[in-house]
Design a protein around this ligand. Structure first.
Ligand code: SF4
Length: 670
């Protein structure tokens, strides 16, 4: 008997690999890769095992409502009426700004759009945000304000045309394997690779140059590289003159960043910094790939701006093989932002302050003008100004900084609604838990890290009475009396396209033939894989000077990251037995010299302490981290590493400093 093979898109990282789900009797029994890019016949371990969690017995199957300290089953109509009634009461007592919504980067564009509409048109609040606040908000701010669009400038395949690729703050082979495969292919064709990373990653091992800098010193390094590029006469003067502004303002400041000064700050030999500058500056087409090693800092926006300055000065934008590649960690983090799940923008980055009337006309309601709160601002106001919160498919109790403070914030709400596919640390605190369909059980679109809008297709039915979240949001809109006449996600996309210039030519019908890179303004337009070929939307791109900040002076700097076998807070991957077998628990990578000094061996139980909290985990001795540096993944509830992180925000993008934290370490038995 032939199996059904349903073509869809991977739910994990932002690469957006296409794949087939093979189905028998409403169960997915195998996964195979699509031959279309970026998968091109390949998947990573998580992708091959994607079906492992979908049919898991712990899936949420029916709505649950809190009665005392228990959650008991209820009907959809009772759950939704209770939510609407409770939101209404809070709104009556405290005003609409007491309500907030956090959407999910695992939900579709249509779901993010409807939740955004729910927050603004039904609840009357601009307090809406999504997980991008914790990963790429600095990208949105720095690339958006300097270049015109806060997104990846070139498609992944464009890396095959690069002759130099600089990878900074990205463990690409483990976290964005489809991108890493393109980097390897470019290398086979002759491209040279520079890796800037405090750890010896797999990519660092095969790189032509590895700059193993001290954590948090990227600006000193990037400024020194640009300074050398200028001194060596490797800037693109015509590009700077005709397409940019502000270069003269930064040139003088950069002179302070000699390679020797950078060596003292970063711990990278001046000679190596010089070699990297000459390699990048001398390339015909050079790309910079980065991820959360750059963004998740209290100076994340400045870090991204330092990258922008380097690319602009060398004219490495608007051409195949050049470009800036911010790699998104979740399947649809790009789409969640595109859909206006942000406090200050509607869809397609149309500012609330400029486009309110347009959306009022379309939705036929009065919309709020007040400034919305970001994710961490929502949490910091929980229990006081914020009283009711809807969280779609996220687990802030584990993934947000200073977890004990986050848990206190969630507990102090009058109403917490959480939708998810599994019980999590956050659903445990909810007043209402809504069981929603997984990616394999619904239709819709997602937008990958390369701005490619793609279809996901339903392969099987959801368990129990679980519903696609677009249906849940549409029903809530209907209860609140806001237009919600949708028969399918394709109808929702029609509304998105009508209101969003960059998605104007996107429809489900067109996407049946393959993904499209936005901007795609009309049905006839073929999409825009490479941005800025003919200029920048804001006229001229902008250089801005950024300075290295001083760093904390504790004995150890802990870097917080990920394992290739797990995703985010592990709610999906830790339920896939092979992935869980590979990495079943948290670990702390420590340099053997540090370990010897403290009497620590492989497997020794450690206590890590910061200003915010204390956790336990086992040591794993590794030469991949330099002395004074530790590394730990954040997927494990048993060693919740975000108990250690602080609510320290980047002043521009409001991202919290999730990447590094100063800690003290001791043996558990000491
Ligand atoms: S690289 Fe990312 S999108 Fe591709 S299969 Fe792996 S997790 Fe999925």
């Amino acid at each position: 008997m032939a199996l059904d093979a349903i073509e869809t898109t991977c739910v994990y990282c932002g690469c957006g690999c296409g794949l087939y789900l093979h189905v028998e009797d409403n169960r997915i029994i195998a996964v195979t890769p699509s031959m279309k890019p970026p998968a091109s016949g390949r998947l990573c371990a998580k992708g091959w095992l994607l079906h492992g969690f979908v049919n898991h017995p712990e899936r949420l199957r029916e709505p649950l409502i809190r009665r005392g300290d228990r959650h008991v089953p209820t009907s959809w109509s009772e759950a939704l009426s209770f939510i609407a009634r409770s939101f209404d009461e809070i709104k009556r007592d405290s005003g609409p700004d007491a309500l907030a919504v956090l959407t999910s980067a695992k939900a579709t564009n249509e779901e993010n759009y409807l939740l955004m509409k729910l927050c603004r048109a039904a609840l009357g609040s601009n307090n809406i945000d999504n997980v991008a606040r914790l990963c790429h908000a600095p990208t949105l701010f720095a690339l958006g304000s300097s270049l015109g669009s806060g997104s990846m400038t070139n498609p992944i395949e464009s890396l095959l045309h690069s002759d130099v690729i600089m990878i900074i703050g990205s463990n690409t082979t483990e976290q964005h394997p489809a991108v890493a495969l393109h980097v390897m292919e470019a290398r086979r064709k002759g491209a040279r690779i520079i890796v800037v990373d405090p750890r010896i990653t797999q990519m660092a091992e095969i790189a032509d140059l590895h700059l193993q800098l001290r954590p948090g010193t990227d600006i000193a390094l990037l400024n020194a590289i640009l300074n050398i590029v200028i001194q060596e006469g490797m800037i693109d003067e015509e590009f700077i003159r005709s397409r940019t502004e502000g270069f003269d303002d930064i040139r003088d400041h950069l002179a302070e960043y000699s390679p020797e000064v950078a060596e003292r700050i970063c711990g990278v030999p001046a000679e190596l910094i010089h070699d990297a500058a000459v390699m990048y500056g001398g390339a015909e087409a050079a790309a910079i790939v980065y991820a959360m090693g750059i963004t998740q800092h209290a100076y994340g926006t400045d870090n991204v701006q330092a990258i922008v300055n380097l690319a602009l000065a060398t004219g490495n934008l608007g051409r195949d093989g050049s470009g800036i590649y911010p790699l998104r960690g979740h399947q649809n983090v790009q789409g969640a932002c595109d859909m206006g799940a942000l406090p200050d923008y509607y869809t397609g980055y149309q500012r609330v302050s400029e486009f309110r009337e347009k959306f009022e006309d379309a939705w036929k309601v009065e919309l709020p003008a007040s400034r919305g709160r970001t994710a961490i601002e929502i949490m910091s106001s929980a229990g006081s100004e914020i009283r009711g919160l809807y969280i779609s498919g996220e687990n802030p109790a584990l993934s947000y900084p200073d977890s004990s403070r986050i848990r206190g914030a969630l507990e102090s709400l009058d109403l917490l609604v959480v939708s998810d596919i599994f019980p999590t640390e956050t659903t445990r605190m909810a007043d209402v838990i809504l069981p929603v369909a997984s990616f394999a059980e619904k239709y819709g679109t997602v937008t990958s890290t390369e701005r490619r809008v793609q279809l996901i297709r339903k392969a099987i039915d959801p368990p129990g009475s679980a519903l696609p979240e677009w249906v849940v949001a549409a029903r809530l809109l209907e209860i609140f009396g806001v237009s919600s006449d949708y028969n399918s996600p394709a109808d929702v996309m029609k509304e998105i396209a009508a209101l969003t210039p960059s998605y104007g030519g996107i429809s489900h019908e067109r996407l049946e033939r393959g993904g499209i890179h936005w901007p795609c303004p009309t049905q006839e337009h073929r999409g825009t894989p490479v941005l800025y070929r003919d200029g920048f939307p804001r006229g001229r791109a902008v250089f801005r000077h950024v300075d290295q900040r001083s760093l904390d002076d504790e004995r150890f700097t802990l870097i917080i990251g990920r394992s290739q076998y797990h995703f985010h807070t592990g709610s999906m991957t830790r339920r896939v037995c092979i992935l869980e077998r590979e990495v079943p628990e948290a670990f702390v990578d420590m340099n053997p010299k540090d370990a010897a000094a403290l009497g620590i061996r492989n497997g020794t139980g450690l206590i890590l302490e910061s200003e915010s909290g204390t956790i336990r985990a086992r040591a794993r001795l590794s030469d991949n981290v330099r002395e004074g540096v530790l590394f730990m993944p954040f997927h494990f509830r048993e060693s919740p590493v975000n108990l250690l992180t602080k609510w320290q925000l980047d002043q521009f993008s409001k991202i919290p400093a999730l990447k590094i934290v100063s800690v003290r370490v001791r043996r558990e038995d000491a």
